[in-house]
Design a binder for this molecule. Sequence first.
Ligand code: MN
Length: 389
Amino acid sequence: MRLLHTSDWHLGRSFHRVGLLDAQAAFLEHLVATVHEHRVDAVLVAGDVYDRAVPPLPAVELFDTALHRLADAGVPTVMISGNHDSARRLGVGAGLIERAGIHLRTDPAGIGTPVVLTDAHGEVALYGLPYLEPALVRDQLGAAKAGHEAVLTAAMDRVRADLARRPAGTRSVVLAHAFVAGGAPSDSERDITVGGVAAVPTGIFDGVDYVALGHLHGSQTLAPRVRYSGSPLAYSFSEADHRKTMWLIDLGPDGAVDTAERLDCPVPRPLARIRGRLDDLLDDPALTPHEQSWVEATLTDPARPAEPMARLTARFPHTLNLVFDPERTGSDTGASYAQRLRDRTDQQIAEDFVAHVRGGATLDGPERTVLYGAFDDVRVDTAEREVGR
Ligand SMILES: [Mn+2]
């Protein structure tokens, strides 16, 4: 069975000041063309369909168009909600849409009920796990405790229980939206840390043949049968080196991943991160290939030059972001505030702050529980507001 795996469309998102709706429409055209060209048997969309719980109208209209195109293509499609989606809003009409062969899985109650497709070698059960916000679904799933690992384990237990009741040799696919350990994040995922932990171990997904993951925006392979497709478009300059693709997966008669091919998505405009003194950036012939790119420029001039944006856009008209990182002189080697915060979680930064104001005394266990609990409460408040509770 041939699967096309994509995720993290983030319809309605813009890139700095540039709207991406046209690029997102072009991607969806490309998706439908790919379905035809490669004779795809099923499309898997692993969450973050929209960028926001309440997306702008043009994004909703684009999604509506995509649903019609996929239904017209006659290819079964399984979609789950991600942490950016409002599961309940996205799920409105799911019962009707299902009649058109598009299976929107946004309700944890349906985790153990797969979409079953058949090919020459038998049945394939596709389980859609919507993004599971631990505090909101823990009781419903009967999870032993809060946290991503506990609720995803409870969800996967339901999947494995259903699979065990099916004929031997039934192949299985899971769609999930999660941060799985070993994956590399970028700057454009929203943090999902709970209790100080964001990631779950790969072993959670044991027992199924293919796991189509969403959440991380870079394409990556955690195991031959556990993959992130990544987003179809770059949503931050940290993705400048990404190759944006979908996975074309051939699931063999025995459930093995026979082939996995990366299919390129259309690139609306390349990304470039350039760095140096302003005069050098304006003169350097090596930068000619980036003149029409979306540019993030880091200026290293010791003194901030006059009108840097106006001068940069004369050569790089699509400059979207300007960063100042002056060269250090003499004994002044201090890293900038942004540099010191890079790659640190909110929890780590808060812990350091507490230690700093207490003259170096770090948090003990109970204090850490209180601090992390405060972060979790803020996230749950936000999540509850987004589902309209
Ligand atoms: Mn995402």
